[in-house]
Design a protein around this ligand. Sequence first.
Ligand code: SF4
Ligand code: SF4
Length: 110
Amino acid sequence: MSSLDDINERRAKEAARIRLALNKQRGIARSNIKGGEGVVAFVKEELCIGCDQCDIVCDDDAIEMYKVPLRSPLMKVESNQKAKIIRDNCTGCRLCVLACPTDAIIMIDR
Ligand code: SF4
Ligand code: SF4
């Protein structure tokens, strides 16, 4: 069984890997997404699969995961999770938009 230290170490490695991948595509992708102080990230709940990638890349503690009841009766886990944005902390940096595999995050006007 993994210890908390193991998990934190793996999480840090994964964050570094994602950061590297994002850096490669950031220039082009970022220029197409509205960012900055006037906008804030927004999660489309129906598209969020709770993968936690946005939470890993957000440097500003602006994303929180919350538990939701699992919708599929076929999977035997008691809860699933989704991301939500803490608006006051969001700097509009757009990293979460680039990290989300399901395009669940958009930037909206504040
Ligand atoms: S836009 Fe930046 S600061 Fe805001 S939630 Fe996404 S990663 Fe965090
Ligand atoms: S990266 Fe996208 S799908 Fe994954 S938890 Fe965040 S919003 Fe949901």
